[in-house]
Design a binder for this molecule. Structure first.
Ligand code: MG
Length: 354
């Protein structure tokens, strides 16, 4: 259905009509000039993201349901990265003419799945038209007790550096999708040149080959915020000294923590968690897997530091890996390779040959 047929308000009505409010702090959601929130004894956390088609996502790889899910999750992830609890979300969309009402329902179904998973209320938003493509702006609001908030600037000498999950898989998933896309377009191009109608017909049923690499696709397309890790840390009575989520790659995030905390770090290559499929894919593409894990991005795992006294407690939590420790700033930011060479950590493109 053409969106113009419903109009902006009709569309918003259709997308939000059966939303149920789940949080006590949401006093009023969609339906007035503003949403009304109440946080009498808590600090309020706010994070926002703007995602542009062609820059941040490619609709040849990702369907609108997964895109809705991912757009919500990356914002929810930022609230967890402050050791907070996500509560509300607003969503604004700019749409070109090629999107239908059904497309937007798909997007919203993914968005709502992510919000339901973490008990987040959708409390508002806006839709407007765009000349080219889709733009998505999401704001997530969360809460935390003042004493629980974890900033990037609290890491201290001798603290342990930890990451959740594994790294580099989302980036490898993107490489895989790009490879299959270029294989497809190459074949189409060749068939067109030869005017091979049968080949073109066959290509219209093109099935990319992702077998054995499902985890990489899942990591790229189905982003999960690590609220489960936040819960486990709370249960264990651990409060990180510094924390952030890994959206741009481990190296870049580590440098943020070191800079803002005024410290250095020593990270061990052999401790960086990498999934088997990530390693296999890196080898296929002739890439250094550690470089991918350090610089890949979009993993949305948590990077955090804890006092050395929490060593035993941390080691007992499944899904958390100790990758190194914080040092005095004068020792720099160092990566120790498997063969005990030392390199300075760089924000991008760590090059073992330089
Ligand atoms: Mg972040």
């Amino acid at each position: 259905m053409d969106i113009a047929k419903l109009g902006e308000f009709g569309l918003i009505d259709r997308l939000t009509k059966d939303i149920e409010i789940k949080n006590e702090s949401t006093k009023y959601g969609v339906g007035d000039d503003c949403a009304v929130l109440s946080y009498p004894d808590k600090e309020v956390l706010i994070t926002t993201d703007l995602l542009m088609e062609g820059v941040h996502f490619d609709l040849t790889y990702i369907d609108l349901k997964h895109l809705g899910y991912k757009s919500a999750m990356v914002n929810i992830s930022d609230v967890f990265a402050m050791n907070g609890t996500p509560r509300q979300l607003t969503v604004s969309l700019a749409l070109s003419k090629r999107f239908t009402v059904e497309d937007m329902e798909e997007f919203y179904s993914g968005l709502r799945l992510a919000c339901d998973k973490w008990n987040v209320d959708i409390v508002g938003g806006d839709t407007t038209s765009s000349y080219t493509g889709l733009a998505i702006s999401i704001t997530c609001i969360g809460e935390a007790r003042k004493e629980d908030i974890v900033y990037r600037n609290g890491a201290k000498d001798t603290d342990l550096v930890c990451v959740s999950g594994d790294l580099g898989a989302a980036y490898m998933g993107l490489q895989l999708l790009e490879r299959e896309k270029s294989v497809y377009y190459q074949q189409v191009e060749e068939a067109r040149k030869k005017n091979d109608k049968r080949a073109l017909e066959e290509l219209s049923h093109f099935q990319p080959d992702f077998s054995g690499k499902e985890y990489l696709l899942q990591r790229q397309l189905q982003t999960e915020a690590r609220g489960d890790i936040i819960e486990k840390l709370r249960e264990a009575g651990i409060k990180p000294t510094a924390m952030m989520d890994i959206s741009d790659g481990l190296s870049s995030e580590l440098l943020h923590i070191c800079k803002q905390s005024g410290v250095g770090c020593r990270i061990f290559e052999k401790n960086i968690p990498i999934d088997y499929q990530t390693a296999v894919m890196a080898e296929e593409l002739n890439m250094n897997v550690t470089t991918c894990a350090l610089n890949g991005g979009e993993d949305y795992e948590l990077l955090f530091t804890v006092p050395i006294g929490d060593h035993e407690k941390i080691e007992q939590i499944e899904g958390i890996k100790l990758i190194g420790h914080i040092t005095d700033a004068k020792f720099g930011k160092v990566l120790v390779t498997r063969d005990n060479q030392e390199f300075e950590l760089k924000a991008q493109g760590w090059n073992p040959l330089s």
